[in-house]
Design a protein around this ligand. Structure first.
Ligand SMILES: *Cc1c(COP(=O)(O)O)cnc(C)c1O
Length: 417
């Protein structure tokens, strides 16, 4: 019986250029972004300029985390306590968490079989709640039809914030993810597409939103040291009205990140190669459903999802346990209790309870797998063979009454994604 013995959580090292730049920052000691020698440009300011150029956005702010970027975006849009904010039911905890952090109320929207937001339900809930904001999560890198979504939101008067934690380097019809909404948010946490341990970006073309975000992030009136930011006049109008909610990026992490932006295109190609090997290996597996990737979507496959829509809970447990025993770490989003990052909407009890039958059907059979770039195409082929064999085995077996250890297969799971 084949076994896989690679690690699903091992990232690639930081590029040598990033290590050298980080050492230089450590040696001069000016880690705070506004602590610059005369004439010096801070690593953080340069990083923002470079990421703005990468996405084509006018303005970019680097912050402490992706979650901070989303909360900052909501604050910049002046969300009010108790205000409803539409968001995907299928997403990760920092998304409803960012909404809750500003005292607003997450309103969850149903999930399609392709793991994107359901536009009909979005329209219905926008009308029902009168919400003026959508926190759109491109969860696991699956992009909705962005032209249709933006047309709908424009018609409804809904402003869109994009959560691009899994779509840095992705695009829809050639337009970078993060460039459709009023604000795009990104994460540079270790399991995302560029790695500084922690970090986030906020991009926008709107000068006032950009100025608000800079002031919110804790600029101590030193905003003139930003480069991918609007001119001083824009700040002058609002600088005394916007509170400081510190969440800055520092020069050490910026130094680590700068050389990684240029690697994004190559990383996308390598990720997608692994993805295609898995897709090929799993195609035509009875009972297994792959997500469709529309031609308009340029995706970055840093993870892989598939569905076993008719398995039911006991078979799902047996399947995840069987794969884990052969070294393949999978996450099941349908488990009754959250395991590591697989919590789902009904576990977020700070939000109002909401019936979401379509999302329930999708999550009940949804399997998720990390795809680190330390895997080779041969690894991906082996993993696909193991998954396929386990789907066939568990699919043919009598339905087990209950698997002994409900969380088996989730034991060695990392804490965050
Ligand atoms: C990781 C992640 C974020 C933000 O993450 P941080 O850990 O706060 O940087 C936001 N949305 C999704 C879907 C994520 O996976």
């Amino acid at each position: 019986m084949e076994r896989f013995d690679g690690s699903f959580t091992q990232q690639e090292p930081i590029p040598e250029a990033g290590i050298a730049a980080a050492l230089a920052v450590l040696r001069h000691g000016r880690l705070h972004r506004y602590n610059t020698a005369p004439g010096e440009l801070a690593e953080t300011a340069l990083l923002e300029e470079e990421f703005a150029a990468f996405t084509g956005a006018r303005y970019c702010l680097a912050v402490a985390s992706g979650g901070y970027a989303m909360g900052c975006a909501l604050r910049a849009l002046q969300v009010r306590p108790g205000e409803p904010v539409l968001t995907n039911a299928f997403t990760l905890a920092p998304v409803p968490g960012a909404i809750a952090s500003v005292g607003a109320r997450p309103v969850f929207i149903e999930t399609t079989w392709n793991l994107t937001i359901d536009l009909d339900h979005l329209e219905r809930m926008a009308r029902e709640t009168g919400a003026r904001l959508l926190m759109l999560s491109h969860m696991r890198g699956h992009l909705a039809d962005m032209e249709a979504l933006m047309a709908l939101c424009n018609r409804l008067g809904v402003t869109v914030i994009e959560d691009c934690a899994h779509t840095m380097g992705a695009a829809w019809n050639g337009v970078a993810s993060g460039r459709f909404g009023a604000i795009g948010c990104y994460s540079m946490q270790t399991y995302k597409h560029i790695n500084a341990g922690e970090g986030g970006f906020l991009i926008t073309d709107d000068a006032e939103l950009a100025a608000r975000a800079v002031l919110l992030s804790g600029s101590y009136m030193l905003y003139a040291r930003h480069r991918a930011a609007p001119p001083a006049e824009v700040f002058d109008r609002i600088r005394l009205d916007v509170p400081n909610v510190s969440g800055r990026m520092d020069n050490l992490r910026a130094a680590i990140l700068r050389p990684q932006i240029a690697l994004l295109d190559d990383r996308r190609a390598r990720w997608n190669r692994l993805y295609r090997v898995l897709e090929e290996g799993l195609a035509a597996t009875p009972g297994l459903r792959l997500t469709e990737r529309p031609a308009a979507e340029t995706y970055v496959a840093s993870s892989f999802q598939f569905l076993l829509p008719d398995f039911g809970a006991n078979r799902m447990r047996a399947f995840v346990t069987g794969c884990a025993a052969r070294g393949v770490e999978l996450k099941w989003f349908g488990a009754p209790e959250p395991v590591a990052f697989t919590s789902r909407y009904e576990h977020w009890r700070y939000a109002d309870p909401q019936p979401l039958p379509q999302t329930d059907r999708v999550l009940a059979g949804l399997v998720d797998m990390r795809l680190p770039l330390t895997f080779t195409p041969e690894d991906a082929a082996l993993i696909a063979r193991i998954i396929r064999a386990e789907v066939l085995r568990v699919g043919q077996a009598e339905v087990p009454a209950k698997v002994a250890d409900e969380n088996a297969g989730a034991a060695a799971i990392p804490l965050a994604d």
